[in-house]
Design a protein around this ligand. Structure first.
Ligand code: GAR
Length: 189
């Protein structure tokens, strides 16, 4: 079994969806109050907190991330609502073994506020993307996408909820394929 660690910063709903598919060896949060920590603990998944505010800079923070990941013999990292930018040094060390889910149809809307940006642009559809992480933010090879319609009365919140439900389908499906060595993009309707 490939040893998968999941990095979170918040509620951890994607982490739960992943954990139902592949038992993680570690759930690590940079936010001590992340709701996902208790959800992981309730599933008997080991948890760690590495609070970025405790470190003078990104490399020092990432050195501790690496220490924790290595302590759990991590082989693959899934970013699941992990809201810290990773340095090229960290990403290169894990070359091709970090996956991320992003709440837009990349290459559209890398970065933050993806749903509001899709609404402001008048897009008729939105969605989410799982991609391999490279040193450029939200830019690596696409492993899968799922699409949803944008409805006339949508707010950023209502659109986010519709996309999040798709994230929970897409990410475990892509991770399973990835662990089998299949990196052909998966496009859900
Ligand atoms: C998800 O929508 C995920 O795509 C997004 O944060 C949310 C986390 O929710 N990630 C990013 O914006 C990364 N830049 P969750 O904690 O319930 O999985």
């Amino acid at each position: 079994m490939t040893r998968v660690a999941i990095l979170i910063s918040g509620g951890g709903s994607n982490m739960v969806a992943l954990a139902d598919a592949v038992r993680p060896v570690l759930v690590l949060s940079n936010e001590p109050g992340a709701g996902g920590l208790s959800k992981a603990a309730a599933r008997d998944i080991p948890t760690e907190v590495v609070d970025h505010r405790d470190f003078p800079d990104r490399p020092a923070f990432e050195a501790e991330l690496t220490r924790q990941l290595d302590a759990h013999q991590t082989q693959v990292i899934c970013l699941a609502g992990f809201m810290r930018i990773l340095t090229p040094g960290f990403v290169e060390r894990w070359d091709g073994r970090i996956l991320n889910i992003h709440p837009s149809l990349l290459p559209k809307y890398p970065g933050l506020n993806t749903h509001q940006r899709a609404l402001d642009a008048g897009d008729s559809e939105a969605g989410c993307t799982v991609h391999m992480v490279t040193p450029v933010l939200d830019d690596g090879p696409i492993l899968g996408q799922a699409r949803v319609p944008v409805l006339p009365d949508d707010t950023a919140q209502s659109l986010a909820a519709r996309v999040l439900a798709e994230e929970h389908e897409l990410y475990p499906a892509v991770l399973r394929r990835f662990l089998e060595g299949n990196i052909e993009p998966l496009y859900l309707p």
